[in-house]
Design a protein around this ligand. Structure first.
Ligand code: BDR
Ligand code: CA
Length: 320
């Protein structure tokens, strides 16, 4: 990718790969100054084991040997949920890709996370683009964890936007609301990249056509895995487009200047409502005026991002 002003980032990823998780991995791998230290997987789009296979296939496409550890297969306090086929039955577009060249490390993703943050206190950025089960388990195991991590970037939730699993709940939070509640309550800096911004971060016909026409290896890889995901979103929108949820969260971690407007808001997660389980309830009263209670433990919530620059960043990563 062309040279861009950037700070070095050492990133520990936690993913449920997933087509858009795969794109987030690609984006980070291609970004100057970023290093993916290790990746853990969690059950979400697919099982944690399948997510590891998909992650390893994505790393093969990048020629990368990043360690991959399988993590939690079930939410902290919920029964298993049926897999979704939004990303294809195998989670990576049912593209018939060859089996990965490597296997997962054998370490549990939670052990990997705790080992690495203790080895490099204050240095690692955590990035989570699946249900937050591994992070929740790590917090339960180690009360020191929040003080050892530089920052936490999460794709999940909906502030005023509609949900995507229920009318009010987004998938990553809905699939483990108790874990999300732990992550949001912990004493570490969390940025929550919610559907409010990700649902506007679209690859449309023009970008998809450019990818399909390209001979570049990463464009070819992505063109193979995208079709079911594009089909689902195109049907939802009524025009050809696909949503870049996880890549947007990664982009905002890599280049914080992409966030044009943000809010600092207290946030709770609904864990018991009849119709609202998994809802992210931001206390937006603080935005009305200083007379309302002001946040005491706010999350950083991007409200407006430079979407055209983000889409250019994705295209550069795949075509340059
Ligand atoms: C999130 O759910 C998953 O399907 C995507 O990979 C993304 O992380 C969007 O709600
Ligand atoms: Ca994901």
């Amino acid at each position: 990718m062309s040279a861009k002003p950037t700070l070095p980032k050492a990133i520990l990823m936690d993913v449920d790969t997933g087509v858009d998780d795969a794109l987030a991995i690609i984006l980070a791998h291609r970004w100057p100054g970023a290093q993916i230290v290790a990746i853990g997987t969690v059950t979400g789009n697919v099982s944690a084991a399948q997510a590891a296979t998909n992650t390893l296939k994505t790393l093969d496409a990048l020629g990368a040997d990043t360690p991959v550890a399988v993590g939690a297969s079930q939410a902290l306090a919920r029964a298993p949920f049926p897999p979704s086929a939004i990303h294809g039955v195998d989670g990576l577009g049912d593209a018939g890709l060859p089996a990965p060249a490597r296997a997962p490390t054998g370490e549990h993703a939670v052990d990997q996370l705790l080992r690495l943050v203790h080895k490099r206190p204050g240095e690692l950025s955590l990035f989570a683009s699946g249900p937050l089960t591994n992070l929740g388990l790590a917090l339960q195991r180690d009360p020191e964890l929040p003080g050892l991590v530089k920052e936490v970037m999460v794709m999940g939730g909906a502030i005023v936007a509609a949900g995507n699993v229920t009318p009010v709940a987004e998938a990553n939070i809905y699939h483990d609301p108790e874990a999300a509640a732990l992550v949001f309550a912990a004493d570490w800096p969390v940025t929550l990249v919610a559907l409010d911004v990700t649902m506007r971060a679209l690859l449309r016909s023009e970008e998809l056509a450019r990818l399909r026409a390209s001979e570049r290896p990463l464009a070819r890889f992505v063109t193979r895995i995208l079709p079911p995901y594009v089909a689902v979103y195109s049907q939802r929108f009524g025009f050809e487009a696909v949503t870049m949820h996880d890549p947007l969260a990664m982009a905002l971690l890599l280049d914080p200047s992409l966030t044009l407007e943000r809010a600092a808001l207290d946030m709770r997660v609904e864990t018991s409502g009849e119709m609202t389980v998994g809802m992210t309830v931001a206390d937006r009263r603080a935005l009305i005026g200083p007379g309302f209670d002001q946040p005491t433990h706010p999350l950083d919530i991007p409200l407006e991002v430079d979407t055209p620059r983000f889409i250019a960043m994705v295209m550069d990563a795949l075509l340059e």
